[in-house]
Design a protein around this ligand. Structure first.
Ligand code: SF4
Length: 232
């Protein structure tokens, strides 16, 4: 009974002091994390993030050098045309829809924003193919805003560790924004993505090599279950 109560406590969210320590350790390993997508301007970042939906960054990075060599501004992209963009990104999943969106968003940038990527969320989310997550990445990486984009890795790590539990990316984002101390917010998104990609992997998390295992609710639950099993 005592163990059951303790187990329930361990199901809870991470304590504030532990959250601070969690990010202190991730930051010590990688003080200035950056996107693994290749880009060289807000526009090429925007296009790369649109292309990365349901695709790997490595796959996007294989296609974008040729695409950006042909067109690295909205004007050049609009002139390049949908058929040529489709051809250049055909190795990336959903390339038909993505080619259509990239041309449409380039035209919209020219018509409404003077060919510049807008710096406000509403204008970004009004662009074809741009949702909340993409807008958060652009605001954070291109314009230095302390947003936290919740992709599949961030969603998994936040829920597993107890950093921020939620059923939807929006709920997790809201809780992360409340829970993450201000000094870690700027890079929190990248630290969580990189931790999810390389350590806290979906199928086989490398808990034995994890720098934050003692702070992680999932790992604590596992230890608690093992102890409970030994006492039976
Ligand atoms: S201990 Fe395991 S589950 Fe917890 S954060 Fe580390 S890798 Fe992920």
């Amino acid at each position: 009974m005592l163990m059951d109560r303790r187990f329930q406590e361990l199901e809870g969210v991470m304590k504030r002091a532990d959250i601070d320590e969690f990010f202190r350790r991730l930051s010590a390993r990688d003080p200035a994390p950056s996107s693994e997508l290749a880009f060289h301007s807000p526009f090429t970042l925007l296009v790369a993030v649109v292309l990365s939906a349901q695709a790997t960054d490595a796959g996007v990075n294989r296609a974008t050098p040729a695409l950006f060599a042909a067109a690295d501004t909205p004007a050049k992209m609009a002139r390049l045309g949908e058929a040529r963009v489709r051809e250049l990104i055909k190795t990336i999943g959903l390339f038909n829809t993505k080619a259509r969106n990239i041309i449409a968003l380039s035209q919209q940038l020219l018509e409404r924003h003077g060919g510049e990527v807008p710096t406000d969320r509403a204008a970004l989310e009004a662009l074809p193919g741009v949702g909340r997550k993409t807008a958060n990445v652009v605001l954070n990486v291109a314009f230095g805003e302390p947003t936290i984009a919740v992709d599949t890795h961030v969603f998994r790590v936040a829920n597993r560790t107890g950093l921020a539990r939620g059923k939807t990316p929006e709920e997790v984002e809201r809780k992360l924004l409340r829970a993450v101390p201000a000094r870690w917010k700027q890079h929190a998104h990248h630290w969580l993505i990189l931790h999810g990609r390389h350590v806290c992997k979906a199928r086989k998390p490398s808990c034995a090599e994890c720098a934050v295992a003692d702070l992680c609710a999932r790992e604590r639950r596992r230890r608690c279950r093992r102890r409970r099993g030994r006492r039976r």
